[in-house]
Design a protein around this ligand. Sequence first.
Ligand code: MIC
Ligand code: SF4
Length: 896
Amino acid sequence: MTTFTGQDSLKTRRSLSVGGKSYDYFSIKAAEDAGLGDLSRLPYSMKVLLENLLRFEDGRTVSTDDVKAVAQWLHDKRSDREIAYRPARVLMQDFTGVPAVCDLAAMREAMAALGGDPKKINPLVPVDLVIDHSVMVDYFGNPSAFEKNVELEFERNLERYAFLRWGQKAFDNFRVVPPGTGICHQVNVEYLAQGVWTDTDPAGKLVAYPDTLVGTDSHTTMVNGLGVLGWGVGGIEAEAAMLGQPISMLIPEVVGFKLTGRLKEGTTATDLVLTVTQMLRKKGVVGKFVEFHGPGLDHLTLADRATIGNMAPEYGATCGIFPIDAETIRYLTFTGRDADRVAMVEAYARAQGMWRDAGTPDPVFTDTLELDMTTVEPSLAGPKRPQDRVPLSQAAQSFGGDLVGTFKAEDADRSVPVQGCGYSLDQGAVVIAAITSCTNTSNPAVLVAAGLLARKAVEKGLKSKPWVKTSLAPGSQVVTDYLAKAGLQPYLDQLGFNIVGYGCTTCIGNSGPLPDPIAAAVEEGNLVVAAVLSGNRNFEGRVNPHTRANYLASPPLCVAYALAGNMKIDLTKDPIGTGHDGQPVYLKDIWPTNQEVQDAIDASLSAEMFRSRYGNVFEGPAQWRGIQTAEGQTYEWQAGSTYVKLPPFFADMPKTPEAVSDVRGARALAVLGDSITTDHISPAGSIKKTSPAGEYLLSHQVRPQDFNSYGARRGNHEVMMRGTFANIRIRNEMLAGVEGGETRHYPSGEQLPIYTAAMRYAQEGVPLVVIAGKEYGTGSSRDWAAKGTKLLGIRAVIAESFERIHRSNLVGMGILPLQFKDGLTRNDLALDGTETFDIDGIEQDLRPRKDVTMTITRADGQTRQVPLLLRIDTVDEVEYYRNGGVLNFVLRNLAK
Ligand code: MIC
Ligand code: SF4
């Protein structure tokens, strides 16, 4: 395979011999000697980018000037140069992977229609897709929960899985990790990632280079803990990368995060990552790399680093990376990676100046910040944003504050009897306690801590409160092995934390319904009840439609809150329950010491567990192996399918794109506030019966219990268009006091679901815009947030700022991201939806980051001109936009 097509003008190709084998590599030291000067203090992540440029320097997509710009970065600590970056591989999960395979299948057909060769639509780099996002927690708290949930998962998702099995055969370089195996990022860290990748060049010579990737999931950054540079991109960008299109990016700023000290007794890696997230969000690192360094690294296990890397989307950074050091090597060895490969990782890192040890001087960074880890305290984050950290000691009070903020004070003590259960549900009840998410289930320390806490609680005679939906969903089967070996699973089981599946579950919003009587009590009392989960996201409407408050916390704290059963209990002061002996039990009485945790890990985790579990990782359960698969280069779309449909993005695409045009007479489809997440734009969770998507499914004879989730329906654009902006908690400022995806259509003035209004405007030939506040598109990589926006007829999104991935997804779908300038916001414009909008500067002289003008015409004919910054950031992106999207661009090129 030709993953290095460069001409190597700087003559940096060298060879390295390890374990009797010789590898070529593109040497940074050689580049220094070729005139770039001392590069030793470049950040680790910049060295990875530099190597990529050296390897692919072809005088066309990558020039020696690009290489020099990286060297120059060392002096300026920033650069406005655009580079073409080619990651070694691509990682997908099924929520984003199914629509990606749909796109690829559609591109094969479009390719044939354009007179090109459909076989060109084939990944050129290795692609792994892990099926992890679909399993739901329908059954919980009993020994058969796991089996029954898996059964339902296959029943619901058979069509999608059969489609993926077709893809597995139809595309080269494409592997699928079957359902029930683990979560993509944990499988990546524990198995797929290699630290250093190797391949043979056209002359048959082995070449070594850093393992790098893009993933169609924002938490791809978890692998940064291993020193592997990777981040999340939309499916469309990943598909382009598979087909050989380099990632177009600006040489990033790199923020150095110095860690000193070590976590004190009673605190966990989860507490640390929530602290880091809060600090970095406050700093503002969107579009930047974050790199961790300092003596504190010596006290962080690889799993701790992976937890910190994981939450990069929550702190807003492109990635949060750790350099390679002795701990990386220990982990690679321990997880059963091939000994030769491990030796190579060390030799390669040393040869390239990418190895960290105590003596390594601090790299040069654009900006820095520092945390003494001894100051980290037990924490939660919530009730609706991951960056809103609350110290455990203030959680009860802070929840009370939120509660009173939402309701009249006299409602704060409301309590509703739960039908047929003999107890009442109070305000603040914890109704979900979920040990979930790759963020934490990849870290044995916090899982073992949860198990030890469960043991101590059981020994004292404590029980989970009966209204709590408890679940444990590990990100790999190895977790089950070590919890069993440590003898801890039985105690977790006794508290209701039986295994419910190996996958994302509650973290993605697949928490399943609350038991009917509980849901009824919540609705009857309009209670604010909570979920406590060890996930990384708690955006409104995500975790469960009934939990208005959602707190992220470490696995042991999830168990603690299941015991306590209410957010209003102060776990640092109030008893968590009453023991056998009638005496109050406090959290501190059952919290395990760091030494106990370490001892249990030492006694129960072994390299053999990783080897045996991953030895047959592509096999899957019987249900998977039994799926009948279609054959053929192109997919036979099933007319009746409500899961997989030919997407419309390339329908009737002409060989040359039409000219781009200014926006004329647009209406606002929605005016939105700050921190609009991709969960608001394209929710992933449950589909309401009364929503346009629900009505569509009903009209296609799908029963509500078979609706599955928006995430699982992403292979069907009809559902997804209807689900765009259908989040139950989104607030459109064009309507006062309305929650949910509604808008007002003008000039009729009628209040309609957003989808219905959009279709009405489409019929009327009216283009649309969306107006929003800061950090628009926060959250995930899901490109459906941009695809849905496109299919609703939205030409431009005008916001105060954009989150990285969503901005590039918008451009990738041919939508204009426009940013307010000079401190102006939507609030200064007093918009109510009756206005029309014209945007100039697109037809003429389209170029990256230019200023354009928007003219607002009010109902009374008055006009106002607003300057905007065009957030098409690179020259390549201009081309994507001109082509109507990145995939259309790639298709046209391949068809030539
Ligand atoms: C998430 O955590 O939000 C998801 C679900 O994993 C998404 C991807 C998706 O929407 O499928 C992400 O993080 O990118
Ligand atoms: Fe990990 Fe949660 Fe995303 Fe799944 S949904 S990949 S568990 S962060």
